[in-house]
Design a protein around this ligand. Structure first.
Ligand SMILES: Cc1cc2nc3c(=O)[nH]c(=O)nc-3n(C[C@H](O)[C@H](O)[C@H](O)COP(=O)(O)OP(=O)(O)OC[C@H]3O[C@@H](n4cnc5c(N)ncnc54)[C@H](O)[C@@H]3O)c2cc1C
Length: 345
């Protein structure tokens, strides 16, 4: 979100400094890895329309960078959620197909019960996340943004007509300051008396071998496990899987991880790995259920999975995660930049 915002501000002719406590592209926050699901498929029209705007913004970035950033496979949703999402897509005039399990299993290498509802939306796919992040960063630098790695912001201070941004190396005086600090934002904002109601959780991701992964549409499946039976801390909200370039298939149980401190080294949860392997083996007939890689990634969650993009005087809060924010980055970068322009006025 910070990189996308720096890009939008620099393209609007603003002087921008992007401060990163580690190195841009590190693996300790929320944005690392090779892929994220891109989908218009949401049960809520508001998110469908936002995702339509985001798709347009990704297409512009693809044209600007001359790179493909989304693998256009479409996406699949299983279960009761499929019907809810189909209604929201229909209300927004978005093309989609509601299939039976038998029809879906005939079109893709997946297992589905004959009468199971399966929603296919052809505009979805896999965002090639590392490449997309690189394209946003390249565009920001090209437009004139200064990027400073190893510049942890230690405090913010409101001053007369500006915000003082203190780092371990130097202090910057800015007309506006955007805090897009992911799981670290809450503590930084508390220093300027802004309450950000988010809780970081550490989510476990598991990778599997599968033939021709990039041809597979990302899958969302609302059949969650019984937590007690599988030794899980939380049932999670949905199972998901998507291609992982260079690796195979990446799968997880959305919102199943424990509350975490982003400064602590996290460890994957073996119970989640076991459940996800069971689910993925059941859903993909060609998958090897022996995990080939496991990692963690942090969600910064609001209570209802919404995002916080708001201005408090000269400080702008940009917290867009809850485990589904990546797809909106180039769009939200512009929204946040507009808030920052107001803040600087
Ligand atoms: C397992 C997992 C799966 C996901 N799947 C999807 C998906 O399929 N589709 C989708 O759309 N989204 C998905 N998401 C969500 C998406 O990745 C996030 O919404 C997005 O990456 C959030 O980006 P961010 O910029 O808010 O946070 P981050 O990427 O964490 O960036 C915050 C940055 O601020 C820096 N920072 C913090 N404090 C300071 C400070 N004091 N000084 C300097 N720098 C600081 C941090 O080091 C960090 O680099 C997923 C997330 C995870 C973890």
């Amino acid at each position: 979100m910070g990189v996308a915002t720096a890009r939008a501000l620099a393209q609007a002719g603003r002087r921008v400094v992007l401060l990163e406590q580690f190195e841009v592209g590190h693996a300790r926050g929320s944005s690392h890895g090779g892929s994220r699901i891109f989908r218009l498929t949401y049960p809520d029209q508001h998110y469908v329309r936002l995702a339509q705007g985001a798709l347009h913004a990704w297409r512009e970035l693809e044209a600007e960078s001359s790179e493909q950033l989304i693998e256009p496979t479409g996406d699949l949703t299983f279960g009761a959620l499929a019907v809810e999402c189909a209604q929201a897509l229909a209300s927004c005039g978005v093309r989609h197909e509601l299939l039976t399990g038998t029809e879906a299993a005939a079109r893709w290498p997946i297992n589905a019960l004959p009468t199971e509802d399966v929603l296919y939306q052809p505009d979805g796919g896999t965002t090639l996340a590392d490449r997309a992040h690189g394209a946003l960063l390249g565009s920001a630098v090209e437009a004139g943004a200064r990027v400073l790695d190893h510049h942890p912001v230690t405090a913010l201070e409101r001053a007369n007509g500006c915000v003082l941004v203190r780092t371990t190396a130097e202090t910057f005086s800015a007309r506006a300051c955007v805090v897009a600090g992911g799981a670290w934002s809450r503590a930084l904002l508390a220093g300027v008396e802004i309450e950000l109601p988010v809780i970081p959780t550490r989510e476990t991701l598991t990778y599997f071998r599968i033939p021709d992964p990039l041809s597979l549409p990302p899958v969302i499946d609302d059949a969650v496990p019984n937590a007690e039976e599988h030794g899980l801390r939380r049932t999670g909200l949905i199972n998901y899987a998507l291609p992982a370039p260079g690796l195979g298939l990446k799968a997880g149980l959305h919102h199943a991880g424990p509350v975490t401190d982003p400064d602590q080294p996290g460890t994957p949860d073996p119970a989640i790995v076991r459940w996800v392997a069971t689910w993925a083996e059941g859903r993909y007939p060609e998958l090897d259920p022996e995990p080939i890689a496991i990692e963690t990634c942090i969600y910064t969650n609001t209570a209802d999975e919404s995002f916080v993009l708001e201005r408090h005087g000269r400080v702008v809060v940009a917290s867009a995660c809850s485990g589904h924010g990546f797809k909106f980055a180039p769009l939200f970068g512009r929204t946040i930049a507009a808030l920052a322009a107001d803040a600087a006025a």
